[in-house]
Design a protein around this ligand. Structure first.
Ligand SMILES: *Cc1c(COP(=O)(O)O)cnc(C)c1O
Length: 420
């Protein structure tokens, strides 16, 4: 459920007309709903009440300070994948004791920074990483608390680019080799093993791949304990999907996910960590855009809008479906449009043959479910300025990232002395 709905014939974000914000901020822009964000956070927490549980928001889904701070104020931890994200999480007020650091290749410098902050856990993905982490920690007189990211070799049945838990993927340590590597880790001076971690992919719309992976992890934890390791943390990753197309997909609810998790791993008595990203922010954000032209092609109508693939890359990168809605309600019959942006690539297409009411230059449209992997993946391709981000709370809104000036972009380039 989200807080973007029709009131008085137009789309509102909570208690504000989206058209009103567009007038003041200019299009295109991202618009997030505080109420929706908090609701999503709370449903996850409710799904795990009674358990030693920590939600570590996967910051990479949307790393705006205002988004992280909203979740931090609710008590959220963070899952980060770079020093930059770690700095963002700390800056937004998330305590280091609630931060886990994932990612296939942390550099020495990144490790040292994270060790200096005393984060809760490193999720280690390879032997070379383990050895380097132990060395960096020892040099600093520290001990790194770790879980190994285990690759359980299950098919998450999601898009190939966001599937991470099969043996062919670059992530984690094969589950068949886990006992060996835990034994190695126990001998290293800079390492303290505390748990097991996994993350099998993103936008999963079925519980079965999760369940299959978690059952493998239970067996592994039992084996590791019998080998003498103290396993007290189970980090189950993120990946629960959202209904991009509300007619077609009905992914499991966080409550159902929680029940499944508890029934499979509950008896181990571990602290349970989950790292949702998309589910918290995806449907808490929309992209608001304006029609520039309607162009009649030979056999189709193009709706050319002022947002483009550089602002939201998911349709061109993952063939992702996003609902597109006209901001003003209309009773006119719908017509099929190819909804495209102004960037000079055919890939700059948001939807083909999408049924929308008759639209004209200047009309506003909303691309739904754009809160996750939207703004964070945007670029200035075609020297288009990054678009503003706006956070709504009730009848208030604030610009949480402003639209840069052209000088801010062009000024990053430097002319070499020989050209001056
Ligand atoms: C991307 C990622 C997540 C979040 O995935 P969602 O599908 O957005 O929930 C969690 N953990 C790790 C390690 C990730 O790489």
């Amino acid at each position: 459920m989200d807080h973007f709905g029709f009131k008085k014939g137009e789309i509102y974000a909570e208690d504000l007309a989206v058209g009103e914000i567009a007038e003041q901020v200019g299009t295109p822009f991202y618009c997030y709903s505080t109420e929706t964000l908090i609701r999503h956070y709370n449903v996850f927490c409710q799904a795990f009440t009674g358990h030693d549980f920590l939600l570590c928001y996967a910051v990479k889904a949307n790393s705006n300070q205002a988004i992280i701070k909203t979740l931090a104020d609710q008590g959220s931890g963070a899952d980060v994948v770079s020093e930059g994200e770690l700095r963002r999480a700390l800056e937004a007020g998330i305590s280091a004791s609630k931060i886990v650091y994932s990612g296939v290749a942390k550099t020495e410098k990144e490790m040292a920074f994270a060790l200096g902050q005393d984060i809760f856990q490193f999720n280690v993905e390879s032997e070379p990483e383990l050895i380097q982490l132990s060395r960096v920690a020892t040099d600093m007189g520290k001990v790194a608390a770790i879980s190994f990211r285990i690759n359980p070799d299950v098919d998450a049945k999601t898009h190939a680019k966001i599937s991470t838990g099969m043996s062919e993927n670059k992530f984690g340590i094969p589950w068949t080799r886990a006992r060996e590597i835990y034994a190695d880790a126990a001998k290293l001076p800079g390492i303290r093993v505390q748990g097991v971690d996994l993350h099998i992919g993103s936008q999963l719309t079925d519980l079965e791949p999760f369940a299959e992976a978690f059952r493998r992890i239970v067996t592994l934890v039992e084996d590791l304990r019998s080998d003498g390791h103290d396993i007290s943390v189970l980090d189950l990753g993120g990946g629960l999907g959202i209904p991009y197309d509300r007619e077609e997909t009905k992914p499991p609810l966080p409550l159902e996910y929680g029940e499944m998790v508890k029934s499979i791993v509950g008896h181990l008595g571990c602290r349970i960590i989950i790292e949702p990203g998309r589910l918290l922010v995806g449907n808490a954000g929309i992209l608001v855009s304006k029609v520039i032209f309607v162009k009649q092609g030979e056999d189709r109508k193009f709706l050319i809008i002022d947002a483009a693939m550089n602002d939201l890359v998911r349709p061109s990168m993952y063939n992702a479906y996003h609902e597109i809605v006209a901001v003003r309600e209309s009773d006119t019959p719908t017509v099929p449009y190819d909804v495209v942006g102004p960037v000079c690539e055919t890939g700059d297409t948001f939807a083909r043959g999408r049924q929308l009411p008759e639209l004209n230059s200047g009309d506003l449209v909303v691309i739904r479910s754009a809160g996750a992997y939207g703004a964070v993946m945007s670029s200035t391709y075609n020297t288009r300025r990054l678009i503003p981000e706006v956070l709504v709370k009730g009848a208030d809104y604030a610009i949480t990232r402003a639209r840069p000036d052209y000088e801010d972009i062009i000024g990053l380039d430097k002319i070499p002395q020989w050209l001056q």
